[in-house]
Design a protein around this ligand. Structure first.
Ligand code: KIV
Length: 273
Protein backbone atom coordinates (compact mmCIF):
# COMPACT_ATOMS: atom_id res chain seq x y z
CA UNK A 1 0.00 0.00 0.00
CA UNK A 2 1.32 3.46 -0.85
CA UNK A 3 0.50 6.89 0.56
CA UNK A 4 -1.03 9.60 -1.59
CA UNK A 5 -0.48 13.34 -1.27
CA UNK A 6 -1.77 16.14 -3.48
CA UNK A 7 -0.50 19.67 -4.06
CA UNK A 8 -3.58 20.48 -6.15
CA UNK A 9 -5.77 22.31 -3.67
CA UNK A 10 -8.34 23.51 -6.20
CA UNK A 11 -11.94 22.78 -5.30
CA UNK A 12 -13.21 19.57 -6.90
CA UNK A 13 -16.26 20.21 -9.07
CA UNK A 14 -18.51 17.97 -11.13
CA UNK A 15 -16.74 19.28 -14.22
CA UNK A 16 -13.32 18.38 -12.83
CA UNK A 17 -14.53 14.80 -12.26
CA UNK A 18 -15.42 14.53 -15.95
CA UNK A 19 -11.98 15.88 -16.86
CA UNK A 20 -10.39 13.29 -14.56
CA UNK A 21 -12.24 10.50 -16.34
CA UNK A 22 -11.13 11.79 -19.72
CA UNK A 23 -7.47 11.92 -18.76
CA UNK A 24 -7.67 8.50 -17.09
CA UNK A 25 -7.17 9.72 -13.50
CA UNK A 26 -9.12 7.54 -11.06
CA UNK A 27 -11.59 9.28 -8.75
CA UNK A 28 -11.42 8.64 -4.98
CA UNK A 29 -14.63 8.80 -2.96
CA UNK A 30 -15.33 7.94 0.69
CA UNK A 31 -18.25 8.47 3.03
CA UNK A 32 -18.23 10.85 6.01
CA UNK A 33 -20.99 11.90 8.36
CA UNK A 34 -19.38 14.24 10.90
CA UNK A 35 -17.09 17.27 11.14
CA UNK A 36 -13.95 15.62 12.56
CA UNK A 37 -13.69 12.72 10.13
CA UNK A 38 -14.66 14.88 7.13
CA UNK A 39 -11.78 17.25 8.03
CA UNK A 40 -9.26 14.37 8.06
CA UNK A 41 -10.62 12.91 4.82
CA UNK A 42 -10.67 16.26 3.01
CA UNK A 43 -7.19 17.23 4.14
CA UNK A 44 -5.92 13.79 3.04
CA UNK A 45 -6.89 14.73 -0.54
CA UNK A 46 -10.13 12.80 -1.20
CA UNK A 47 -11.86 13.88 -4.43
CA UNK A 48 -15.47 13.25 -3.36
CA UNK A 49 -17.03 12.94 0.10
CA UNK A 50 -20.36 11.13 0.16
CA UNK A 51 -22.71 11.87 3.04
CA UNK A 52 -24.24 8.45 2.50
CA UNK A 53 -27.47 7.16 3.93
CA UNK A 54 -25.21 4.37 5.22
CA UNK A 55 -25.19 6.77 8.21
CA UNK A 56 -28.37 4.89 9.06
CA UNK A 57 -26.25 1.74 9.60
CA UNK A 58 -22.91 2.96 10.88
CA UNK A 59 -23.98 6.05 12.84
CA UNK A 60 -27.48 5.16 14.02
CA UNK A 61 -27.16 1.36 14.26
CA UNK A 62 -30.10 0.51 12.01
CA UNK A 63 -30.09 -2.74 10.03
CA UNK A 64 -30.95 -1.00 6.74
CA UNK A 65 -30.62 2.49 5.25
CA UNK A 66 -34.41 2.93 5.16
CA UNK A 67 -35.09 4.56 8.57
CA UNK A 68 -32.84 7.62 8.18
CA UNK A 69 -34.79 10.85 7.66
CA UNK A 70 -34.20 13.92 5.53
CA UNK A 71 -33.63 16.01 8.68
CA UNK A 72 -30.99 13.54 9.88
CA UNK A 73 -29.23 13.57 6.48
CA UNK A 74 -29.17 17.37 6.57
CA UNK A 75 -27.70 17.31 10.09
CA UNK A 76 -24.85 15.03 8.89
CA UNK A 77 -24.33 17.03 5.69
CA UNK A 78 -24.07 20.34 7.59
CA UNK A 79 -21.34 18.91 9.83
CA UNK A 80 -19.40 17.56 6.85
CA UNK A 81 -19.71 20.83 4.92
CA UNK A 82 -18.22 22.84 7.80
CA UNK A 83 -15.03 20.73 7.54
CA UNK A 84 -14.66 20.35 3.78
CA UNK A 85 -12.65 22.76 1.65
CA UNK A 86 -11.47 20.76 -1.36
CA UNK A 87 -13.62 17.66 -1.93
CA UNK A 88 -16.93 17.71 -3.79
CA UNK A 89 -19.66 16.87 -1.24
CA UNK A 90 -22.54 14.67 -2.42
CA UNK A 91 -25.50 13.88 -0.15
CA UNK A 92 -27.85 10.90 -0.43
CA UNK A 93 -31.53 11.64 -0.78
CA UNK A 94 -32.92 9.24 1.85
CA UNK A 95 -35.59 6.61 1.29
CA UNK A 96 -39.05 8.17 1.12
CA UNK A 97 -37.85 11.67 0.26
CA UNK A 98 -38.02 11.33 -3.55
CA UNK A 99 -39.91 8.20 -4.62
CA UNK A 100 -43.40 9.66 -4.14
CA UNK A 101 -43.42 12.28 -6.88
CA UNK A 102 -41.06 14.67 -8.60
CA UNK A 103 -42.27 17.77 -6.73
CA UNK A 104 -41.51 16.11 -3.41
CA UNK A 105 -38.14 14.99 -4.79
CA UNK A 106 -37.26 18.54 -5.80
CA UNK A 107 -38.37 19.93 -2.42
CA UNK A 108 -36.13 17.36 -0.65
CA UNK A 109 -33.14 18.16 -2.86
CA UNK A 110 -33.64 21.90 -2.35
CA UNK A 111 -33.71 21.44 1.44
CA UNK A 112 -30.39 19.56 1.29
CA UNK A 113 -28.72 22.22 -0.87
CA UNK A 114 -30.14 25.21 1.03
CA UNK A 115 -29.70 23.95 4.59
CA UNK A 116 -26.43 22.03 4.31
CA UNK A 117 -24.68 23.96 1.48
CA UNK A 118 -23.71 20.62 -0.11
CA UNK A 119 -22.91 20.55 -3.81
CA UNK A 120 -24.85 17.60 -5.25
CA UNK A 121 -27.32 14.85 -4.37
CA UNK A 122 -27.30 11.11 -5.05
CA UNK A 123 -30.41 9.06 -5.86
CA UNK A 124 -30.96 5.32 -6.26
CA UNK A 125 -32.68 3.99 -9.37
CA UNK A 126 -33.01 4.39 -13.13
CA UNK A 127 -36.08 4.73 -15.36
CA UNK A 128 -38.42 4.62 -12.32
CA UNK A 129 -37.09 7.94 -10.99
CA UNK A 130 -36.48 9.68 -14.35
CA UNK A 131 -39.03 12.44 -13.77
CA UNK A 132 -37.69 13.26 -10.31
CA UNK A 133 -34.09 13.34 -11.53
CA UNK A 134 -35.07 15.64 -14.42
CA UNK A 135 -36.95 18.01 -12.13
CA UNK A 136 -34.03 18.25 -9.70
CA UNK A 137 -31.58 18.81 -12.55
CA UNK A 138 -33.83 21.53 -13.99
CA UNK A 139 -33.37 23.45 -10.71
CA UNK A 140 -29.60 23.44 -11.26
CA UNK A 141 -28.86 20.75 -8.68
CA UNK A 142 -26.25 18.18 -9.84
CA UNK A 143 -27.40 14.56 -9.51
CA UNK A 144 -25.26 11.45 -9.08
CA UNK A 145 -27.09 8.22 -9.98
CA UNK A 146 -26.80 4.90 -8.13
CA UNK A 147 -27.47 1.55 -9.85
CA UNK A 148 -26.89 -2.15 -9.18
CA UNK A 149 -27.31 -3.11 -5.53
CA UNK A 150 -29.33 -0.11 -4.36
CA UNK A 151 -29.67 -0.60 -0.57
CA UNK A 152 -32.94 1.37 -0.33
CA UNK A 153 -34.53 -1.52 -2.31
CA UNK A 154 -33.17 -4.27 -0.05
CA UNK A 155 -36.67 -5.43 0.87
CA UNK A 156 -37.44 -5.96 -2.81
CA UNK A 157 -34.14 -7.77 -3.48
CA UNK A 158 -34.29 -9.80 -0.26
CA UNK A 159 -30.49 -10.29 -0.34
CA UNK A 160 -27.25 -8.27 -0.48
CA UNK A 161 -25.87 -10.66 -3.14
CA UNK A 162 -24.27 -9.45 -6.38
CA UNK A 163 -26.83 -7.88 -8.75
CA UNK A 164 -27.19 -7.99 -12.54
CA UNK A 165 -25.63 -11.41 -13.04
CA UNK A 166 -28.54 -12.38 -15.32
CA UNK A 167 -28.92 -10.93 -18.82
CA UNK A 168 -32.24 -9.15 -18.20
CA UNK A 169 -31.05 -7.24 -15.12
CA UNK A 170 -27.71 -6.46 -16.77
CA UNK A 171 -29.52 -5.01 -19.81
CA UNK A 172 -31.75 -2.90 -17.57
CA UNK A 173 -28.67 -1.59 -15.75
CA UNK A 174 -27.01 -0.61 -19.04
CA UNK A 175 -30.20 1.12 -20.25
CA UNK A 176 -30.63 2.92 -16.91
CA UNK A 177 -27.02 4.13 -17.02
CA UNK A 178 -27.51 5.44 -20.58
CA UNK A 179 -30.72 7.18 -19.51
CA UNK A 180 -29.11 8.84 -16.46
CA UNK A 181 -26.27 10.12 -18.62
CA UNK A 182 -28.67 11.34 -21.31
CA UNK A 183 -30.85 13.33 -18.89
CA UNK A 184 -27.82 14.99 -17.32
CA UNK A 185 -26.47 13.12 -14.26
CA UNK A 186 -22.80 14.04 -13.72
CA UNK A 187 -21.73 10.57 -12.46
CA UNK A 188 -23.13 7.19 -11.43
CA UNK A 189 -22.28 4.88 -8.54
CA UNK A 190 -22.55 1.22 -9.53
CA UNK A 191 -22.69 -1.16 -6.57
CA UNK A 192 -21.93 -4.88 -6.38
CA UNK A 193 -22.27 -6.06 -9.97
CA UNK A 194 -19.90 -8.21 -12.10
CA UNK A 195 -16.69 -6.32 -12.95
CA UNK A 196 -17.16 -7.00 -16.68
CA UNK A 197 -20.56 -5.29 -16.74
CA UNK A 198 -19.37 -2.22 -14.79
CA UNK A 199 -16.34 -1.89 -17.11
CA UNK A 200 -18.60 -2.05 -20.15
CA UNK A 201 -20.75 0.79 -18.77
CA UNK A 202 -17.68 2.89 -17.85
CA UNK A 203 -16.26 2.43 -21.35
CA UNK A 204 -19.49 3.37 -23.09
CA UNK A 205 -20.49 6.38 -20.99
CA UNK A 206 -18.70 9.73 -20.97
CA UNK A 207 -19.64 10.54 -17.34
CA UNK A 208 -17.61 8.97 -14.51
CA UNK A 209 -18.69 5.59 -13.13
CA UNK A 210 -17.73 5.12 -9.48
CA UNK A 211 -17.72 1.51 -8.32
CA UNK A 212 -18.21 -0.27 -5.01
CA UNK A 213 -17.82 -4.00 -5.42
CA UNK A 214 -17.79 -3.42 -9.20
CA UNK A 215 -14.15 -4.20 -10.03
CA UNK A 216 -11.28 -2.09 -11.28
CA UNK A 217 -12.51 -1.25 -14.79
CA UNK A 218 -14.51 1.80 -13.66
CA UNK A 219 -13.47 5.44 -13.24
CA UNK A 220 -13.25 5.56 -9.45
CA UNK A 221 -14.01 3.77 -6.21
CA UNK A 222 -16.15 4.50 -3.16
CA UNK A 223 -16.15 2.79 0.25
CA UNK A 224 -17.90 3.37 3.55
CA UNK A 225 -15.43 4.98 5.98
CA UNK A 226 -16.33 2.78 8.96
CA UNK A 227 -15.76 -0.37 6.88
CA UNK A 228 -12.38 0.58 5.37
CA UNK A 229 -11.04 1.86 8.70
CA UNK A 230 -12.14 -1.30 10.52
CA UNK A 231 -14.40 0.57 12.95
CA UNK A 232 -17.23 -1.65 11.84
CA UNK A 233 -15.36 -4.96 11.90
CA UNK A 234 -18.38 -7.25 11.64
CA UNK A 235 -18.77 -6.49 7.92
CA UNK A 236 -16.27 -8.09 5.55
CA UNK A 237 -17.57 -8.58 2.02
CA UNK A 238 -15.07 -9.64 -0.63
CA UNK A 239 -14.94 -6.15 -2.19
CA UNK A 240 -13.82 -4.46 1.02
CA UNK A 241 -10.15 -3.64 1.59
CA UNK A 242 -9.43 -2.74 5.22
CA UNK A 243 -6.84 0.00 5.62
CA UNK A 244 -6.80 0.04 9.43
CA UNK A 245 -8.11 -1.85 12.43
CA UNK A 246 -9.48 1.11 14.37
CA UNK A 247 -11.78 -1.14 16.35
CA UNK A 248 -8.75 -2.87 17.94
CA UNK A 249 -6.87 0.42 18.39
CA UNK A 250 -9.86 2.05 20.08
CA UNK A 251 -10.61 -0.96 22.28
CA UNK A 252 -7.01 -1.01 23.44
CA UNK A 253 -6.98 2.75 24.17
CA UNK A 254 -10.29 2.60 26.04
CA UNK A 255 -9.16 -0.39 28.13
CA UNK A 256 -5.90 1.40 29.00
CA UNK A 257 -7.92 4.43 30.11
CA UNK A 258 -10.26 2.28 32.26
CA UNK A 259 -7.24 0.59 33.87
CA UNK A 260 -5.60 3.96 34.62
CA UNK A 261 -8.82 5.33 36.16
CA UNK A 262 -9.35 2.20 38.27
CA UNK A 263 -5.74 2.16 39.52
CA UNK A 264 -5.71 5.90 40.25
CA UNK A 265 -2.81 6.40 37.81
CA UNK A 266 -4.93 8.92 35.88
CA UNK A 267 -4.89 11.83 36.42
CA UNK A 268 -1.30 12.39 37.58
CA UNK A 269 -0.21 15.58 39.41
CA UNK A 270 0.96 16.92 36.01
CA UNK A 271 -2.53 16.38 34.62
CA UNK A 272 -4.14 18.23 37.56
CA UNK A 273 -4.57 21.97 38.39
O1 KIV B 1 -24.78 5.34 1.53
C1 KIV B 1 -23.67 4.98 1.09
O2 KIV B 1 -22.67 4.90 1.81
C2 KIV B 1 -23.57 4.64 -0.32
C3 KIV B 1 -22.32 4.01 -0.81
C4 KIV B 1 -22.29 2.59 -0.40
C5 KIV B 1 -22.12 4.19 -2.25
O3 KIV B 1 -24.50 4.87 -1.05
Amino acid sequence: MSTYTTDDNRKVTTRRLTEMKHRGEKISMLTAYDYSSAKIIDEAGMDVILVGDSASNVMAGNITTLPITLDQMIYHAKSVMKATKRALVVVDLPFGSYQGNSKEALASAIRIMKESHAEAVKMEGGAEIKESVERILSAGIPVMGHLGLTPQSINKFGTYNVRAKEKEEAEKLINDARLLEQIGCFAIVIEKVPAKLAKQVAEELTIPIIGIGAGGGVDGQVLVMHDMLGINNGFSPRFLRRYADLSAIMTNAVQNYIADVKSGDFPSPQESY
